[in-house]
Design a protein around this ligand. Structure first.
Ligand code: NAD
Length: 496
C-alpha cells in the first residue's frame, strides 16, 4: 500500500509523524493508499523550506519566472489526461469532468503567464517640483493554500500560479481525501524548472492547518472548504495577523421564469445539479419554478435525469460516486428527511444500480418536488446529487428566497425577458450570477467568489483580485539632488 508523503524542497518528504489516513477509490470502495498526516513539527519543516526559498525567488526576474510558468503550462497541457485519471481514481468524478477541471485550472496558469503586465506599476513625473512618485507591487512571502476534496487540481490552481508568478513561495495543504493530484503538480513544477522550495505540499488534517494559520512565517492564507471551517480559518489566521481569503459553502438557486425556454432550463438543471454528483460549490441544488410551469419543468428534468449513466468515472458514464461512504449516507439521510417532511420524491437515487463496484459510494440523481423553505433538504448544503424544486408565484417571491439564504455563492435565472434578467443581476445578493447559464464560474481573468457565508475576507480568487491578494503595494517618492536645496521645513510635506 503506497504512502502518500509530503513534498518539500523539490522532493518527497515522509515527515516524522506516524499518523496516516486511508485514501479510497470511491468507485470500488477499495483503499488505494495511505496519506501521511503531518505533525506540527512536520508542518514547520515544510514552512521553513518555503521561507528559505523566498528571498531568491522574490528577486528572480519576471522574465525567468514567466519562462517557468510557460513551461509548467506546456507540461500540464500535454499531460492533463494523466492528472485527470489521478483525480478520478481518488475523487470519483468521470474522466471528462476531471479533464474539464484541469482545463479551468490551466486557464489561471495562462493568466499568470502575463504576470509582467499584471505587476506593472505606475509612475508620475514631477508630482512636486523635481519629485517623482512610483507605485510598485511586491510579494508577501510564504503563503498557504488549503483546499477541499471536490476540485483537487482546479482549486489549488485558482491560487498558486498567481502566488508563484508574483514572487511568493507556497505551501499547499490538499484535502486528505484526494491528495495525489497536488503531488503530481509538485513534480510538474520541478520538471518545469521551478527552484526547490518555491512550491511545497504538506498533507494532513487540522493539526497541519492550525500550524499554517498561526506560524509567523506564513503571510497569507487562501482557503476553500465548508462554511464552518472557512469561518474558523478566517478568524484564526486574521487574529494571527495574516491576510486571508476563505471561500465557504453554498446553496445555489436557479430561478426559472414562466417565459423561459423550458428545454434549455431542464438541460441546465440536470447538468448543474448532477454533474460531479452534485459535489460542486457552484452546483444548482434548489430550482425555483415561477408561475404555473412547475409540473412541465419537473417532467422534463425527470425524463432527462433517467437517461444518465451512473458508474465508474474511468468508463463512459455521466456521473460517478460520492467521495466517501459516510458522505453518501449523510446525503441519503437528507433525502429521507425531505420525504418525511412531505417533499415528493420524483426520482430516488437511494436505489440506484451503478456500473461500478458493489462497495462503491453510490447514490443516484434525486429530484424532490414541492420542497418548502423550512425543510433541511433546502436549508442545508447537502453536496450531493439532490435537486430540490420549490414553487413560487412571482419573481419577487423567488428573489426573496434567494436573498434570504445565508449563502451567496452562485445563482442563475432562466428567462427570455431581458428586463427581468437585468433586474435580477442588479437585485440578487450573490457573488456570481448566470443568465441562462447554470454554472457561472468566471473565467480566469475575472475573479471567483461568493457573498455572505460563502466567502470570508475581502478578496475573491484569481483575476485582478488574485494579483492584489498575493502582492502588497508600495509607493516610492523620489528626488535626486539638484543644486537648489530646500533647507529646513518641519511642516507636513506638500506638493509645490
Ligand atoms: P472541508 O471544509 O471539510 O475541508 C476543506 C479543507 O479544510 C481540507 O483541506 C481539510 O483537510 C481542512 N479541514 C477539515 N476540517 C478541518 C478542521 N476542523 N480544522 C481545520 N481544517 C480542516 O471541505 P470539503 O468537504 O473538503 O469540501 C467541500 C466543501 O467545500 C463544500 O462546503 C463546498 O461548498 C466547499 N467549496 C467551496 C468552494 C467555493 O469556491 N466557495 C469551492 C469548492 C468547495
Amino acid at each position: 500500500m503506497p504512502t502518500i508523503a509530503h513534498w518539500v524542497d523539490g522532493k518527497p518528504y515522509s515527515g516524522t509523524a506516524t499518523a496516516t489516513a486511508p485514501v479510497t477509490d470511491p468507485a470500488t470502495g477499495a483503499v488505494t493508499g495511505r496519506v501521511a498526516l503531518a505533525s506540527t513539527q512536520d508542518t514547520r519543516t515544510v514552512i521553513e523550506a518555503a521561507a528559505a526559498a523566498f528571498p531568491a525567488w522574490r528577486d528572480t526576474s519576471l522574465s525567468r519566472r514567466t519562462e517557468i510558468l510557460f513551461r509548467f503550462r506546456e507540461l500540464l497541457n500535454q499531460r492533463k489526461p494523466e492528472l485527470a485519471r489521478i483525480i478520478t481514481g481518488e475523487h470519483g468524478k468521470v474522466v471528462s469532468d476531471a479533464l474539464g477541471e484541469v482545463s479551468r485550472g490551466q486557464e489561471v496558469v495562462e493568466f499568470a503567464c502575463g504576470i509582467a503586465h499584471l505587476l506593472r506599476g505606475g509612475m508620475t513625473e514631477n508630482a512636486s517640483t523635481n519629485v517623482d512618485v512610483a507605485s510598485i507591487r511586491q510579494p508577501l512571502g510564504p503563503v498557504a493554500i488549503i483546499s477541499p476534496f471536490n476540485f483537487p487540481a482546479m482549486v489549488p490552481m485558482w491560487f498558486f500560479p498567481i502566488a508563484i508568478a508574483a514572487g511568493n513561495t507556497v505551501v499547499l495543504k490538499p484535502s486528505e481525501k484526494d491528495p495525489s493530484a497536488a503531488l503530481w503538480m509538485a513534480r510538474l513544477w520541478s520538471e518545469a524548472g521551478l527552484p526547490d522550495g518555491v512550491f511545497n505540499v504538506v498533507n494532513g488534517d487540522k493539526t497541519a492547518v492550525d500550524e499554517l494559520l498561526t506560524n509567523p512565517s506564513v503571510k497569507a492564507v487562501s482557503f476553500v472548504g465548508s462554511t464552518p471551517i472557512a469561518e474558523y480559518v478566517y478568524r484564526t489566521a486574521t487574529a494571527a495577523g495574516k491576510r486571508v481569503q476563505a471561500l465557504g459553502g453554498a446553496k445555489n438557486h436557479a430561478i426559472v421564469l414562466p417565459d423561459a425556454d423550458l428545454d434549455l432550463a431542464a438541460d441546465a438543471a440536470v447538468n448543474a445539479a448532477f454533474g460531479s454528483a452534485g459535489e460542486r460549490c457552484m452546483a444548482i441544488s434548489a430550482l425555483v419554478a415561477v408561475g404555473g410551469i412547475g409540473d412541465e419543468l419537473v417532467a422534463k428534468i425527470e425524463e432527462r435525469s433517467r437517461t444518465l449513466r451512473i458508474g465508474a468515472g474511468v468508463r463512459d458514464n455521466d456521473m460517478g460516486p460520492l467521495i466517501t461512504a459516510a458522505h453518501r449516507d449523510k446525503v441519503a439521510s437528507y433525502i429521507d428527511a425531505g420525504e418525511h417532511s412531505g417533499a415528493a420524491v420524483v426520482l430516488d437515487g437511494r436505489s440506484v444500480e451503478a456500473d461500478g463496484g458493489a462497495d462503491g459510494f453510490w447514490l443516484g440523481p434525486t429530484i424532490l418536488d414541492h420542497v418548502t423553505p423550512d425543510m433541511s433538504v433546502y436549508t442545508d448544503e447537502i453536496f450531493g446529487p439532490v435537486l430540490s424544486v420549490l414553487r413560487v408565484n412571482s419573481y419577487d417571491e423567488a428573489l426573496e428566497l434567494v436573498n434570504a439564504s445565508p449563502y451567496g455563492n452562485g445563482t442563475a435565472i432562466f428567462t427570455n425577458d431581458g428586463g427581468a434578467a437585468r433586474r435580477f443581476q442588479n437585485e440578487v445578493e450573490v457573488g456570481m450570477v448566470g443568465i441562462n447559464v447554470p454554472i457561472p464560474v468566471p473565467v480566469a481573468y475575472y475573479s471567483f467568489g461568493g457573498w455572505k457565508n460563502s466567502l470570508f475576507g475581502d478578496s475573491h480568487a484569481h483575476g485582478a483580485e488574485g494579483v492584489g491578494f498575493f502582492t502588497r503595494g508600495k509607493v516610492v517618492t523620489t528626488r535626486w539632488l539638484n543644486p537648489s536645496h530646500g533647507g529646513l521645513n518641519l511642516g507636513f510635506p506638500q506638493t509645490s
